[in-house]
Design a protein around this ligand. Structure first.
Ligand SMILES: Cc1cc2nc3c(=O)[nH]c(=O)nc-3n(C[C@H](O)[C@H](O)[C@H](O)COP(=O)(O)O)c2cc1C
Length: 268
């Protein structure tokens, strides 16, 4: 694989964005982990547009195995925010392996995230020790949930699966399409969106299901918090691999074309 540094993601973005608004939106979509504006509500027509984007997501065999609970009642948001959601040691360890301590390191690695975006205890292996004083800091749900104005909880029916799909892998891909459609639409409407997969984890899932009166066969795939960012976005460094780092030509590990260079050429 090529390792030399190609033009940065942002240089390429400037070139491509000039003539491709869809790619520009795809690049701009990002995880909003900052505070949301507590005084600015999201109107129902705006929410309806994000839900409409979910509606048109591709799913295996068009089975559309998803339901969405829109949570905008402040009392319910507070109830959910009060739930305890300690991150598992497995999650913390695996997340740790993907962290970069500095922007310089992240630029070189081109995968993962900056350690600074997470609570301090998450990036301190000492805190994961069951006897550590820091363990209480691993609980994050309240902080995350008390900020969004709206929470979408995306469910799937676990009693059915995409035809022939062991473990419903294909069904989960479809749920990913639902997520991306909603995320791009939220971004295009100036909303911040934050994915929360901790909702899919037991025992948080059981508690959220109780609060939202979700029936037993329905499982939580993920939730997303939505709101208008409280402050003009100071973007965390976001990186991606170059095209030449993952594209192969006609056979795996065969590279005849520099797709990164092709990307910078004008469309014919
Ligand atoms: C399936 C999936 C699950 C994710 N779960 C979480 C999550 O639980 N918490 C979180 O803060 N971000 C979550 N993310 C966001 C990713 O961390 C994020 O998309 C990635 O770091 C790239 O950053 P970007 O979204 O700003 O481009 C998830 C993303 C995906 C696609």
């Amino acid at each position: 694989m090529k390792t030399e540094s190609n033009p940065t993601v942002n240089d390429q973005a400037a070139i491509v964005d000039a003539y491709d608004p869809l790619l520009a939106l795809i690049r701009k979509r990002h995880s909003s982990r900052g505070e949301f504006n507590p005084d600015r509500s999201i109107s129902k027509p705006i929410l309806a547009r994000i839900l409409e984007a979910a509606r048109w997501a591709p799913t295996p065999n068009n089975m559309q195995n998803f339901q969405i609970v829109v949570v905008d009642d402040p009392k319910t948001l507070t109830l959910i925010g009060a739930l305890s959601a300690e991150m598992s040691e497995a999650y913390l360890k695996e997340n740790y392996a993907l962290l970069s301590a500095s922007e310089a390191e992240l630029r070189v690695r081109k995968i993962g995230t900056l350690a600074g975006i997470y609570p301090r205890a998450w990036v301190d292996p000492e805190a994961w020790n069951p006897t550590s004083d820091y363990r209480s800091q691993l609980t994050y749900l309240g902080k995350t949930l008390l900020q969004p104005k709206v929470l979408f909880v995306v469910l799937y029916d676990s009693s059915s699966r995409a035809p022939g799909s062991e473990g419903d892998t294909l069904g989960f891909m479809g749920l990913g399409c639902v997520m991306e459609n909603m995320w791009l639409t939220a971004e295009s409407l100036g909303l911040g969106m934050h994915i929360l997969t901790v909702f899919a984890d037991s025992p948080v899932e059981a508690e959220v299901r109780r609060v939202l009166k979700i029936e037993p066969q329905m499982k939580i795939a993920f939730a997303c918090g939505l709101g208008y960012p409280a402050y003009p976005t100071v973007e965390d460094l976001r990186v991606r691999r170059d095209l030449d780092d993952f594209v192969h030509d006609n056979a795996f590990r065969q590279q005849n074309v520099s797709w990164s260079l092709e990307l910078n050429k004008s469309l014919e």
